[in-house]
Design a protein around this ligand. Structure first.
Ligand SMILES: *Cc1c(COP(=O)(O)O)cnc(C)c1O
Length: 404
């Protein structure tokens, strides 16, 4: 206490990302000094008089102190003024969709997360809301697809699972001119690698389930922005619809986020090595990784991102059978959906994460049935390289191996 009274008020100082990841939104508990934010397992909070909550909290669907700490942390990491945490990434997208009205239009990138596509098409289209999907790296095509009724330009970069990059700043500027809000699903990049609000986007969306949580032990989502009116509207839907994040899950994400910078460094370094090794392999036809100089938007990725991320996709020369064989032949890479945890995962998007996108749409987006997607973890890279190598050998048909 005394120390505090003597010291001069701090001049506001922009702390670096690594420091914010650990400290933003959090302080030692004023009651008992607990260093880690407690899990406030309380559904309701005492009021001093009717409608006079003692400390600003009334009911945990509306707000909860553990969730507030996480929301403030995420806002700081994304250079935003506010954050709102939801029960999943899709619950965050659902809250966004609740702002739409019949006749409204959403323009989205065409190789976006399968669950987002399903939410748009199967849960909101029947309310008279129109959705279009266009390749976001084709700026002219996007511009042509904007309508007077367009409310959101919904972008992912890098995209899932083809890891294409779009130029966020000019797209956000274009949308702004037309009165359209730009929403960037920043799940793959994380704020450590890319901060869309600094590039002019209006809202950032996260599946915290992935890199930010980082340990494959929680499902969570968030929206982050700057505009106070938008915050009020979205907080209204967070409370009115009830897709908010619970305190235990908020705690798990808060614990995960503290090591985000360290984990991302290793994810990126490992993924780069694996992508390079795959390009050298005679049984690999195509590798998708923005860190390769052969990637069509490599220069843009280098400008827009701090590093190239932990996701690598590739096609084997044996097509779908080889892809399926590879995905079951790996020993360290676990065959599972999801991504962004410390452990490495492998999946075949066309039959797993992206099965909810109709085959014609997948084809249009260039997503082949034989594409393999790796979420490269933070294990030792030599072990991962050896596993990829042996799985390719085991997945190749004897004829292919002999022809080599
Ligand atoms: C997983 C994911 C989502 C959905 O998040 P959930 O937490 O699973 O609801 C949205 N966008 C991307 C890019 C994802 O990878």
């Amino acid at each position: 206490m005394e120390k505090h009274e003597k010291s001069k008020p701090h001049k506001p100082r922009r702390l670096r990302f690594e420091t914010l990841a650990i400290h933003a939104g959090q302080q030692s508990d004023p009651n008992n000094g607990a260093v880690m934010t407690p899990v406030y397992f309380s559904s309701t909070f005492e009021q001093d008089a009717p409608a006079k909550p003692r400390a600003g909290y009334e009911y945990s669907r509306t707000s909860n102190p553990t969730r507030t700490a996480l929301q403030d942390n995420l806002a700081a990491l994304e250079s935003g003024k506010w954050g709102l945490a939801f029960a999943s990434g899709l619950a965050a997208t659902n809250a966004l969709c609740h702002r739409l009205r019949p006749g409204d239009h959403v323009l989205a990138t065409n190789d976006l997360y399968g669950g987002t596509f399903r939410l748009f098409k199967r849960c909101f289209e029947h309310f008279g809301i129109a959705f279009d999907f266009v390749k976001a790296s084709d700026q002219a095509a996007l511009e042509r697809a904007l309508r007077p009724s367009t409310r959101y330009l919904f972008l992912e970069s890098p995209t899932n699972p083809l890891l294409s990059i779009c130029d966020l700043a000019p797209l956000a500027a274009l949308a702004k001119k037309r009165g359209v809000l730009t929403v960037v699903d920043n799940t793959f990049a994380t704020p450590y690698l890319q901060r869309p609000l600094e590039l002019g986007a209006d809202l950032v969306l996260h599946s915290l389930t992935k890199y930010i949580g980082g340990h494959s032990d929680v499902v969570a989502g968030a929206l982050i922005g700057n505009d106070e009116e938008l915050r009020k509207e979205l907080a209204f839907y967070q409370n009115a619809v009830g897709g908010q994040l619970g305190p235990m899950d908020a705690f798990l994400v808060l614990r995960g986020v503290k090591t985000l910078p360290l984990r991302m460094e290793r994810h990126c370094a490992n993924a780069q090595r694996i992508a390079e090794a795959l390009t050298q392999h005679p049984l690999v036809e195509k590798v998708y990784y923005p860190g390769l100089s052969t990637h069509p938007q490599h220069e843009l990725a280098a400008r827009q991102m701090k590093a190239f991320g932990g996701m690598v996709s590739f096609e084997l020369s044996g097509g779908t059978p080889a892809a399926n064989a590879f995905a079951t032949a790996t020993e360290l890479f676990t065959l599972a959906e999801s991504l962004g945890g410390v452990e490495s995962l492998v999946e075949v998007p066309a039959s797993m994460t992206h099965a909810s996108i109709p085959p014609e749409e997948r084809k249009k987006a260039g997503l082949s049935d034989g594409l393999v997607r790796l979420s490269v973890g933070i294990e030792h890279v030599d072990d991962l390289l050896a596993d990829v190598q042996q799985a390719i050998e085991r997945s190749a048909s004897p004829a292919k191996l002999a022809a080599r």
